[in-house]
Design a protein around this ligand. Structure first.
Ligand code: ADP
Ligand code: ADP
Length: 224
């Protein structure tokens, strides 16, 4: 079991429950797409998995770690070691080259430089953006930048890749590129948790889809 939510409720101050008694299990190797209307709790779910926020009650376990119990330093270390994150708006650093962006997580983890370089170049090659290694992100297309963001997220070989609207800011062609890439990654065994409005992404990539409404599981199934 890679992700386990046990009766998780998250209540923000003054608000109703963003997640309301959610129980959810995700196995290693799954690609789970989380769908649902705006305000249904999707981002909250992602933040709890990433340890960026804590549940009001219930337990969150990821790769054997009780994420809901981590202190700040342990939480940051947990993310560095076990979680790769890709967001809607590219969070690449514009004043670093593509290669240096991808190397960043390895530097933070203290990986030996030569080993990190080997891994970074392999990833850039595998994701089809090796020719841009020395370029700055501003020179790349949206799809290429998102590929670089995925390479960076995979740098430390995280057991879990989280993606929050990874195609949300992309044009049709770039979105298609990213859908293919995520599908291939999952075929190679990468576990994915995708929060998305993009039904085409869920259909192309997900092995399972869940629907959230008002912080509760309103349905689940195999896409299409
Ligand atoms: P989604 O990602 O599906 O749009 P969210 O998880 O962002 O949903 O939000 C779920 C609910 O929790 C919404 O009602 C939202 O307004 C509320 N919410 C989210 N974040 C906060 C916050 N930091 N403070 C107060 N309420 C929040
Ligand atoms: P929002 O959903 O509020 O627009 P983001 O999804 O961009 O914000 O980021 C949410 C939080 O995750 C931020 O506090 C950010 O600092 C943090 N964050 C961004 N990238 C990473 C990462 N690779 N690993 C861990 N935390 C990250």
């Amino acid at each position: 079991m890679l992700i386990e939510f046990e009766d998780v409720t998250k209540r923000y101050e003054g608000g109703t429950a963003a997640l309301d008694g959610l129980t959810l299990r995700v196995e290693a190797g799954e690609a789970l797409a989380v769908l649902g209307p705006s305000g249904s709790g999707k981002s909250t779910l992602l933040n709890l998995v990433a340890g960026l926020d804590r549940p009001t009650s219930g337990t969150v376990t990821v790769d054997g770690v009780r994420v809901d119990r981590l202190g700040e330093a342990a939480s940051a270390q947990y993310r560095r070691r076990r979680i790769g994150m890709v967001f809607q708006f590219f969070n690449l650093l514009d004043d670093l080259t593509v290669l240096d962006n991808v190397l960043m997580p390895a530097q933070l983890a203290g990986t030996h430089r030569a080993k990190a370089l080997r891994r970074a170049n392999e990833l850039l090659e595998h994701l089809g953006v090796a020719k841009h290694a020395k370029a700055f992100p501003g020179r790349l297309s949206g799809g290429e930048r998102q590929r670089v963001a995925v390479a960076r997220a995979l740098m430390n070989r995280p057991p879990l890749l989280l993606a929050d609207e990874p195609t949300g800011a992309l044009d049709t062609a770039s979105g298609e590129e990213v859908r293919k890439l995520l599908t291939e990654l999952n075929r190679d065994g990468q576990t994915l948790l995708l929060v998305t409005h993009d039904l085409a992404l869920a259909e192309a990539c997900a092995t399972r889809t869940i629907y959230l409404v008002d912080g509760r599981l309103a349905g689940s199934g195999v896409p299409a």
